[in-house]
Design a binder for this molecule. Structure first.
Ligand SMILES: Nc1ncnc2c1ncn2[C@@H]1O[C@H](COP(=O)(O)OP(=O)(O)O)[C@@H](O)[C@H]1O
Ligand SMILES: [Mg+2]
Length: 287
C-alpha cells in the first residue's frame, strides 16, 4: 500500500482536482484506491459521491480503531475499485495549530491497519475489536494506493497527512505567489520527515491550470524550474472547463468525453505511472 498526499499551503490551486484526477486514473487502470478526504470543506467527498456512512474521518481521528474506520469508508459513486474515507466539516476540530505527536499519528495508525490487516489484541489504544475482517482482502491489503486530499493550512490535518504519507505531490498554480507557496510546502515536507516520518519524500511539483501560450504562465513555470529543478514535473495540468464540468457532475474526468478532458486525463495517467514507480523504488518503511 502506497500513501500519497496532495499538498499546497494555499487554497484553490487544485489539490482536490489532482487527488480526483489521480483517483480516476487509478480506477481506470485497475489500481484499488482509497481517497482520504482530510479537508473540512469535503469537496473530494462531494465529487466522489459515496454512499452514506455512519462515521467520517473526523471520527477516525477521534478513535482510529478498525470498527470506526470501517464505518467511515464507503464505495465511491464512480464505480468499482475506488472507496472514500469520507470528509466532514467536523474534521476542523482536529486542526490544532500545534498538535501533540499522538494526535498527529492517528491517521497513520488507522491507515497502517488497512495495510497490515487486523491488529493484535491488547494494543495500547484499545486495539483490534474483532470486526475489521471485511476491510481486508486475502493478502491483508485492500488498497494498493491511498490518496490523501489535504486542507490548505499547515495545521494538524495536513501534518497528519504528511505523517502518514510515503510521497507528497506539491500542487502549484502558475502565479506570482507560487514560488513562496511551493517553498513553504517543501519546508513542511522536510520538517515532517525529520520530526515524524522518515519515509516521506516529495514526489514533485505539479503545476495546475496552465494556459497554453500565456507568457505570464510560461514565466512562472520557468521560475519554478529554476528554483526547484527536476522536481517540477515537465507535464503540467492544462486549464480546461471539462475539469469543472466533470466535478460538477460527480464523474471522473476520465469518463468525460471531450478533447479537453482527454488532455487532462492523459496528464493524470502519466502522474499515476510516476506515483506507482516511486512506490517500487521506495525504501522499506520502519516495519
Ligand atoms: N486544471 C483545471 N482546469 C479548470 N478548472 C480547474 C482546474 N483545476 C482546478 N480547477 C477548478 O478550480 C477550483 C479549485 O480547485 P480545487 O481542486 O478545489 O483546489 P484546492 O483543492 O487546492 O482548493 C475548482 O472549482 C476546480 O474545479
Ligand atoms: Mg481542496
Amino acid at each position: 500500500m502506497q500513501v500519497v498526499a496532495t499538498l499546497s499551503l494555499k487554497g484553490g490551486v487544485g489539490k482536490t482536482t489532482v487527488a480526483l484526477g489521480l483517483a480516476g486514473a487509478a480506477q481506470r487502470h485497475g489500481v484499488s484506491t482509497l481517497v482520504v478526504d482530510l479537508d473540512p470543506q469535503a469537496n473530494a467527498t462531494t465529487a466522489l459521491d459515496p454512499e452514506p456512512t455512519t462515521a467520517t474521518v473526523a471520527d477516525v481521528l477521534d478513535d482510529p480503531r478498525p470498527a470506526v474506520l470501517r464505518r467511515a469508508i464507503a464505495p465511491s459513486g464512480w464505480g468499482e475499485g475506488l472507496d472514500v474515507l469520507v470528509g466532514a466539516e467536523q474534521t476542523e476540530r482536529h486542526n490544532h495549530p500545534d498538535p501533540g505527536i499522538k494526535q498527529l499519528h492517528r491517521l497513520d495508525r488507522a491507515l497502517q491497519r488497512l495495510a497490515t490487516g487486523p491488529v493484535a489484541d491488547g494494543e495500547p489504544d484499545g486495539g483490534y475489536d474483532g470486526d475489521a475482517s471485511d476491510i481486508h482482502d486475502a493478502d491483508g491489503e485492500q488498497y494498493r494506493l491511498v490518496i490523501v486530499d489535504c486542507p490548505p493550512s499547515l495545521g494538524q490535518l495536513t501534518r497528519s497527512a504528511l505523517s502518514a504519507a510515503d510521497r507528497a505531490i506539491l500542487v502549484a498554480d502558475p502565479t506570482m505567489f507560487s514560488v513562496s507557496g511551493v517553498q513553504r510546502a517543501f519546508d513542511a515536507v522536510q520538517t515532517e520527515r525529520e520530526r515524524s516520518n522518515a519515509r516521506l519524500q516529495p514526489l514533485g511539483v505539479l503545476v495546475n491550470r496552465v494556459r497554453p501560450r500565456n507568457s505570464e504562465h510560461d514565466f512562472r513555470i520557468g521560475e519554478l524550474r529554476e528554483l526547484f529543478g527536476p522536481l517540477v514535473f515537465n507535464t503540467v495540468v492544462p486549464d480546461r472547463s471539462a475539469v469543472q464540468q466533470a466535478q460538477g457532475a460527480c464523474l471522473p474526468i476520465q469518463s468525460w468525453d471531450t478533447p479537453g478532458a482527454r488532455e487532462v486525463s492523459a496528464v493524470f495517467t502519466t502522474l499515476l505511472g510516476r506515483v506507482l514507480r516511486s512506490g517500487r523504488t521506495r525504501t522499506p518503511s520502519g516495519s
